[in-house]
Design a protein around this ligand. Structure first.
Ligand SMILES: NC(=O)c1ccc[n+]([C@@H]2O[C@H](COP(=O)([O-])OP(=O)(O)OC[C@H]3O[C@@H](n4cnc5c(N)ncnc54)[C@H](OP(=O)(O)O)[C@@H]3O)[C@@H](O)[C@H]2O)c1
Length: 234
């Protein structure tokens, strides 16, 4: 039965940044389909701090809660022209958006390999294809993440572990709420989207569930765009 292939009963999922926005919607969907979801935010483990990431995974290991499914969803972004972008901020974005993902992959992999089942999912951005002029650093961190997915995908494809990139377009979450409510900027953004609408956090949940479950077992190294057609040519 196809329905059963979406079932996550018995799986532990760590979704970073899952107390609000897209991460929360993904965590809620995984719970609805039976997974034990580890909710995460800056208070649980600040991904800007490499030592905190290892301490967090040490704790998960000690509690026998190492994830079968990892969704690297949390990210940070600053809107500053590249000519003035502070190097400390650039290093922090690279740490939170890319190095933290690499380290979490490294920590999750041994269990997934041993049990011959695992799901590594990153949340990217349409900025991989269409860098916002004032978010070039953020865009570069997302492209680095996408490239890591493709590099790793081939190497672990035969081990029952898939690794994929979910790439959102414009979602109405805390980071965008003010811009989208702006009477001039908001309609300009939606006019540029072929569907003429922005997404809500739940719009990412179905694709995440597909990638996290046995229903998506043959999908690896892929980028799935959830962007209302924003990246389509023309
Ligand atoms: N919203 C969009 O339109 C859009 C578009 C393209 C891509 N994306 C991507 O989608 C993902 C989710 O975006 P969102 O808009 O849902 O995010 P959001 O509403 O801004 O929520 C961000 C989440 O990440 C956590 N977080 C931020 N910095 C962290 C850190 N240093 N350490 C640990 N956790 C941290 C936050 O925790 P706290 O609550 O503790 O701050 C929060 O739970 C991101 O990767 C983003 O780049 C979003």
């Amino acid at each position: 039965m196809l329905k059963e292939k979406f079932d996550l009963t018995g799986k532990t999922a760590l979704v970073t940044g899952s107390t609000r926005g897209i991460g929360k919607a993904i965590g809620d969907a995984f719970e609805e389909y039976g997974a034990k979801v580890i909710r995460h935010n800056t208070k649980v483990c600040d991904l800007a701090d490499p030592a905190a990431i290892d301490a967090f995974f040490d704790r998960l290991e000690a509690e026998s809660s190492m994830p079968d499914i990892l969704v690297a969803n949390a990210s940070i972004q600053a809107k500053v022209p590249w000519t003035e972008f502070p190097m400390d901020e650039a290093r922090k974005e690279m740490q939170v958006n890319f190095f933290a993902t690499l380290r979490m992959f490294q920590r999750c992999y041994p269990k997934m390999k041993a049990q011959k089942w695992g799901r590594l999912i990153v949340v990217g951005s349409v900025n991989e294809l269409r860098p916002h002029p004032d978010m070039c650093v953020y865009a570069a961190t997302k492209s680095a993440q996408e490239n890591l997915v493709r590099g790793i995908g081939r190497q672990i494809a035969s081990e029952g572990i898939t690794v994929n990139n979910l790439s959102p377009g414009v979602f109405n979450t805390d980071r965008n709420r003010e811009c989208l409510a702006d009477p001039v900027y908001g309609p300009r953004v939606t006019a540029a989207i072929p569907m003429h609408d922005y997404a809500m956090p739940e719009d990412a949940a179905g694709a995440a569930l597909l990638l996290a479950s046995d229903a998506g077992r043959y999908i690896t190294g892929a980028t799935i765009r959830i962007d209302g057609g924003l990246c389509l040519p023309g």
